[in-house]
Design a protein around this ligand. Structure first.
Ligand SMILES: NC(=O)c1ccc[n+]([C@@H]2O[C@H](COP(=O)([O-])OP(=O)(O)OC[C@H]3O[C@@H](n4cnc5c(N)ncnc54)[C@H](OP(=O)(O)O)[C@@H]3O)[C@@H](O)[C@H]2O)c1
Length: 293
């Protein structure tokens, strides 16, 4: 492993240190994050190459597939390297029609935590994000205390070591932190979607990891003129520039780009070595400004 993979970050109040460039496993499920992968052997190879390249942070959930992605992670990597931090999430249940349905009762959250443990083949989950439904990809205000209490109970039972939050507002993070320590926040954020700029800064000041989902734009990866201009100048791809921008945005920013191909994985990991000069950062700021109009 020759790459720095973006330096390291320690989740607050934990002994868990990860490289800032991680891997998001959601893309390993079939179309619509449902069913088996298009190419099983490639999915296993992607996971193995990520670890061989120094990745020590994988984001997953038992609702990817459902069960499919966790089972692939187990097949490819179990017994897990000691330094590997697997982060899962709870709060949804898949319907037979591939729908995503809220599942927040104490029974549903506990059985989902146990499903994760069983399918990954481990006794306790390192970190679990409570995924609030809100609007699908945008948080909405409202108390989440009852759900956080249930997560705290799962922690007391030893099923979960540390707790994070996903799709939440600043107020909801504060409310949750009054109940239990929060080690990371996972919201929709990237160079073109910067609604959470204030939350990124707030979490940086608190030493809490900010782990954007859809860091590359999600199912429709980012493509903009500004990214293309900077990419051409630096001899990189647009998505490498988008990832380098995130790594430079704040020291608590951890990346979990998703891919189902080793070629894309290599490109993504290489972006940890790309440094964006000040003029490139200025050019990229234009994307967010344009997205607001
Ligand atoms: N908390 C939440 O609600 C939530 C929601 C969504 C996702 N997540 C997590 O966040 C992780 C990242 O999100 P994501 O995977 O949905 O979106 P993403 O990382 O923004 O983008 C993934 C898409 O980009 C493509 N891609 C990846 N690398 C590429 C490259 N180098 N060149 C061209 N295309 C490339 C992928 O296709 P290929 O497979 O063809 O590479 C896929 O279509 C997920 O894996 C999941 O763990 C969490």
């Amino acid at each position: 492993m020759t790459q720095s993979l973006g330096g390291t970050f320690t989740f607050p109040g934990t002994s868990l240190t990860v490289r800032r460039m991680g891997y998001g496993a959601m893309q390993l499920a079939g179309p619509g994050v449902f069913g088996p992968p298009r190419d099983h052997d490639e999915a296993v190879a992607v996971l193995r190459e990520a670890i061989a390249s120094g990745v020590d942070h994988i984001d997953t959930s038992d609702f990817y597939g459902p069960h499919v992605v966790n089972k692939l992670i187990k097949e490819a990597l179990h017994p897990f390297p000691k330094n590997l931090v697997i982060v899962s999430k709870l709060g949804a249940k898949r319907g037979a029609d591939a729908s995503w349905n809220p599942a927040f009762s104490p029974e549903e959250l506990e059985s989902a935590a146990r499903d994760n443990l069983r399918h990954l083949g481990i006794d306790a989950l390192d970190i679990v994000n409570l995924r609030i439904m809100g609007d699908v990809h945008a948080p909405q205000e409202g108390s989440i205390a009852d759900k956080v209490e249930i997560m705290a109970n799962l922690q007391r039972k030893g099923l979960i070591k540390h707790i994070g939050l996903s799709n939440v507002t600043s107020k909801q993070v504060a409310e949750a932190r009054s109940i239990v320590p929060i080690v990371c926040v996972q919201n929709f954020y990237n160079v073109a979607n910067r609604n959470d700029d204030p939350l990124v800064d707030e979490m940086a000041a608190a030493g809490i990891a900010f782990v954007p989902f859809f860091p590359l734009g999600g199912f429709f990866p980012l493509q903009t003129e500004a990214l293309a201009t900077v990419a051409t100048k630096l001899g990189a791809t647009q998505l490498q520039v988008a990832q380098a921008w995130l790594l430079q945005r704040a020291p608590n920013m951890l990346l979990i780009p998703g891919t189902s191909s080793r070629g894309h994985l290599r490109e993504n990991l290489a972006s940890a070595e790309l440094k964006l000069p000040a003029d490139a950062l200025d050019q990229l700021n234009v994307i967010a400004a344009q997205a607001k109009h």
